[in-house]
Design a protein around this ligand. Sequence first.
Ligand SMILES: *Cc1c(COP(=O)(O)O)cnc(C)c1O
Length: 655
Amino acid sequence: MRSRNLEKWTVERSVELYGVDNWGGGYFKITPDGKLGITPFPGKGVCVPIPSIISGLQERGLGLPVLLRIENLLDAQISLLHDSFASAIKALQYSGEFRGVYPVKVNQQQQVLEEISKVGDRYNHGYEVGSKAELIAALSFLKNPKACLVCNGYKDRDYIDLALYACKMGFLCFLVLEMPSELPLILDRAKALGIKPRIGVRIKVSTQAGGHWAESAGDLSIFGLSTAEVVDVLDLLRGQSMLDCVQLLHFHLGSQIPNIRDIRTAVHEATRMYAELAKEGCAMGFLDLGGGLAVDYDGSHTNYASSRNYSLEEYCTDIVESVMATVDEHDLPHPHIITESGRATVAYYSVLLFNVLDVSRLENRTVPQTLDEEDPEAIHNLLEVYNSLSLKNLQECYNDAIYYRDQMRQLFRLGQCSLRQRAMSDTIFWAVIRNIAEKLPEMKNPPSALKDVDLALASIYYCNMSVFQSLPDAWAIGHLFPIMPVHRLDECPEEQAILADITCDSDGKLDSFIDIHGVKRVLELHSVKPCEPYYLGAFLVGAYQETLGDLHNLFGDTNVVSVRINEDGTYDFIRELEGDSVADVLSYVEFEPKQVLENFRKVAEQGVRTGKISPQERFMIMRAYERGMRGYTYLNVGRDCDNPDACATGLTSGL
Ligand SMILES: *Cc1c(COP(=O)(O)O)cnc(C)c1O
């Protein structure tokens, strides 16, 4: 850290420090003047600096936090997926086609489905749905009769009827059996409506993949049919001469599969099952390999849970090769290959931009030279530890400092030391810790107990966002997203920081960060200058984060903005959605905003009646209350910047 200050900082060092080239998929780069830019057409030189988009938003009155959707990146990922499968198919002379589908649950926002139907059309990209509601959403955008519509999830009569009607209207719609008991209902409805169903069979594969969702596959998976159930299904259909309705085999290994070997094993097993179904007399023709294509969030290119040890090219080649080898063995025609890639399709598309509100840091207070005779012995001892600290006795000093600090806490509880004495001991204690942290790098073999001391010195950057609303997986399952400043990247980031959000929940923080060698406990950030905004971005947040987010502390949806970048480097704000107002989030939890206002009006009127406030004050108070109700749930920053003392980039403490 310290040695970094000695040399001149360069943007190349920021590229390396934040790993932009490792996780960015070629879509992001740092400009020579230290701004993070979006490069939607890799290799073409177009680069739009994110800070200029932020200015554009602010000029339009949209404050941070904002979820920025970059439409080009969604288009690019869909094209990349199809182009990669197309090359593998061509190179291996595979005779089936690739038919990707988008699993709606990964990001159900209307604009995402719309964009996918627009860009996906030329590739016959379809949808995978897991519920009636998702089917209804997908049907409103499906136009292409060659695009697949895969209906997963548990189905009731309404769901089945709708899927059958989709078949009738000429869509390539598959009703995938999740449970054996769905089959009689499907056959019953098919007969009643006079529509021939196109049936898919979802199997449990025995392959267990690594990664967070390991348990969604395997024999104990809650989804899919066991081998015995598959046999039952075949027997039932054969009895009704309907084996020709079975046209698809499906499995889903789980999301974010980091290891290509697991994918290959599962594909092989599923293809064997596909061949068996064909031998049994099923029509077949489609092999649906589910999702699982991982995103390299940490850029390490390993089988670590937030990474993947394969490229998209390898993924496609391995799949096509493996399917082909097995079906060729059985002399079967090559099936159309379906994958249900959600995460890899939409992750790059969204970036959460937010500003830092304040920084708190352990202050470097002056340690007293001498103490008072009357001060407790523990403080005297602490000061002695401070004065005797050297490279030789770090561990001992650390143990002693903690011991005496705890003694002082005990004395305070017992009423035997004053606030001032306690404060003095804290100052000395932290000075000891700071000295230890500073000396530690000089040690050849630092004791493992001291490994975390530097963490105690990390600054806390308070960020205008809610982890629960915008990055729920970071909180729920320890998911890592790349996070970095979007400007000042030509300056040395001198601070080591952890991030806290503005919910008042101790879990509302980010203290694990991507690193190609594991996980970093602190993020290098720049010192924030008074009254100058500091902007951070959380990247690759397009998958799963939006609908999982919740209303912790009633922080609602953020503002959302979509941009489309043109080939000449200009860009258009396609859509702006204002985030939730306070009234919106109150109504989500069953408050009636009008009633809320009415109740408060009564409280204010009571204040006037009892003489606590004047009628004018009542007017002002009501106006503030109403403005609050209409306002954004996040902090409005920058409005007060004509008064530096009051500006909410404040950053006064500890600076
Ligand atoms: C969630 C899910 C997917 C999406 O998986 P990704 O790893 O995001 O691509 C695909 N298929 C099914 C059945 C799913 O449940």
